[in-house]
Ligand binder design. Structure first.
Ligand SMILES: [Zn+2]
Ligand SMILES: [Zn+2]
Length: 112
């Protein structure tokens, strides 16, 4: 699928990226709208991480709910695009965005 990715300082490129792989633990969402936030502006100015597809603040429609029983195809959703552990001090204090275990590559870069 096509995506706009960060190429360098203040530079984007249109490229092909892999379709999301269904593993039943994740929900696949068709993005309908995405915003630009302060984090995106910092990445844009720094030019890294190269390859980052921005737009982590979004809304969309579920196209595959995986094993989630509370969602169905067509539901309109948004999401916190990180995978916090739920057990570390950051998670337990209500700040999962600071979790060191997050699987989101942009957040790992942001907090390194
Ligand atoms: Zn943001
Ligand atoms: Zn955590």
């Amino acid at each position: 699928m096509r995506a706009v990715a960060l190429k360098g300082k203040r530079e984007f490129e249109l490229k092909e990226i892999e379709e999301p792989v269904i593993d039943n633990e994740k929900v696949v969402i068709k993005i309908l709208k995405a915003g630009i936030c302060g984090s995106d502006l910092h990445y844009f100015e720094m030019g890294e991480p190269v390859g980052l597809v921005m737009g982590h603040e979004f809304c969309g429609e579920v196209i595959n709910p995986g094993n989630r029983t509370d969602l169905k195809v067509g539901d309109r959703v948004t999401a916190l695009p990180i995978s916090p552990c739920g057990n570390c001090p950051a998670c337990l204090s209500g700040n999962p965005q600071y979790c060191k275990s997050t699987l989101d590559p942009c957040c790992r870069t942001f907090f390194r």
